[in-house]
Design a protein around this ligand. Structure first.
Ligand SMILES: Cc1cc2nc3c(=O)[nH]c(=O)nc-3n(C[C@H](O)[C@H](O)[C@H](O)COP(=O)(O)OP(=O)(O)OC[C@H]3O[C@@H](n4cnc5c(N)ncnc54)[C@H](O)[C@@H]3O)c2cc1C
Length: 315
């Protein structure tokens, strides 16, 4: 057994950023040849550029757990990799434990560091809302891990197109089928992959005021995030929720406005590279993790910031 296989997710004929990140760290590990699995052969050239020698392709359409698990399992059986990596997206986090259970091997989830030493995969995982790190060694072969979005830089390594290996579509009777896919509004970035996130909390007072957050996010080129309180109130969809029961994100810049910084929210964003908090309460716990804290009324500060960003962009 040798090499690293990554589960590649394709959108509009290109790998998602998390898949490019997984490919890049796979290459860097030095655990043998790198290959990718995907449902679209259009990414063969891109897979090669990010270090993959082979691309296992199963033409199985949009994601469904059982079909993808069976097709990926076939690719694993063919390649016999030492390691299988998944980007920490919804699909990656859905598939990784299922594959681990099918193969009866260990899985390290949400890792932000990986090392391959003496034939063992060692991974670092943030725990207790990023206050501590656990280093774990994955038992069984292949070793499986899901990577935290934005934790590993996506770096091209300059190879030619990956060799395409067809995987036949599994003939299984899936117990669940895809009925409908809801696509985010045109131009809206998803928080999982965004470099910048602007999040709103209950301090916004009502749903309509999320427009302040959206305006700033659009001006600065970021995605819109939210606390659970606002999602539970029905002000915004759950896909925007950051935290323990939402998404774990690590953008370069996280701006939180009217978010108190409850432990469950911090669990989802405290590993962000730079954190800016806007809150009228100087004692708000969000300030404990913030690099820059602004004590004041978000209804004044957020629109002013949006104007400044727009002005800066026109110069
Ligand atoms: C099992 C479990 C899981 C959970 N999972 C999550 C999760 O995934 N994500 C999550 O976010 N929460 C989660 N929670 C909920 C969490 O405990 C908090 O209740 C929630 O995060 C609070 O949201 P908030 O900060 O928007 O609201 P609040 O805590 O009500 O904070 C509002 C903040 O806005 C400030 N504010 C008010 N007006 C203004 C103004 N005009 N200008 C500036 N600031 C203002 C206030 O000072 C306050 O700090 C979970 C809870 C449990 C029990």
């Amino acid at each position: 057994m040798a090499g690293v296989l990554i589960f590649g997710e394709v959108k509009d004929g290109k790998f998602k950023k998390t898949s490019r990140e997984a490919l890049s760290i796979a290459k860097k590990l030095g655990a043998g040849d790198v290959a990718a699995f995907a449902s679209d052969r259009a990414v063969a050239e891109e897979a090669g550029r990010y270090g993959a020698k082979k691309l296992f392709v199963a033409s199985i359409g949009p994601y469904t757990t059982e079909t993808y698990a069976s097709a990926l399992q076939q690719a694993i059986a063919q390649m016999q990799p030492s390691i299988v990596l998944f980007g920490g997206t919804s699909n990656g986090r859905d598939l990784a434990p299922r594959i681990a259970a099918r193969l009866n091997v260990g899985v390290a989830s949400d890792v932000d560091r990986l090392e391959w030493t003496n034939g063992k995969l060692r991974a670092r995982r943030p725990v207790y809302s990023g206050k501590a790190f656990a280093t774990v060694e994955v038992t069984g072969t292949p070793a499986i891990a899901t990577t935290r979005p934005n934790a590993f830089p996506a770096v091209e390594s300059g190879g030619g197109a990956a060799e395409v290996v067809e995987i036949p579509a599994p003939s299984i009777e899936a117990k669940a089928k895809l009925i409908e896919t809801k696509v985010p509004e045109a131009g809206e970035l998803t928080i999982a992959e965004a470099d910048i996130i602007v999040s709103g909390g209950r301090g916004l007072k009502e749903a309509a005021n999320f427009s302040l957050i959206r305006d700033l996010a659009h001006a600065i080129g970021g995605a819109v995030g939210a606390s659970r309180a606002t999602v539970d109130a029905g002000w915004i969809d759950h896909q925007h929720q950051v935290g323990q029961t939402g998404r774990v994100v690590s953008p370069n810049l996280y701006i939180a406005a009217g978010v108190s910084g409850a432990i469950q929210h911090l669990a989802g964003m405290s590993s962000s590279k730079h954190i800016v908090a806007i809150n009228k309460d100087p004692e708000a716990p969000i300030f404990r993790v913030a690099d820059l804290g602004v004590v004041g009324d978000l209804f004044q500060i957020v629109p002013a910031l949006t104007e400044e960003v727009k002005k800066a962009k026109t110069h």
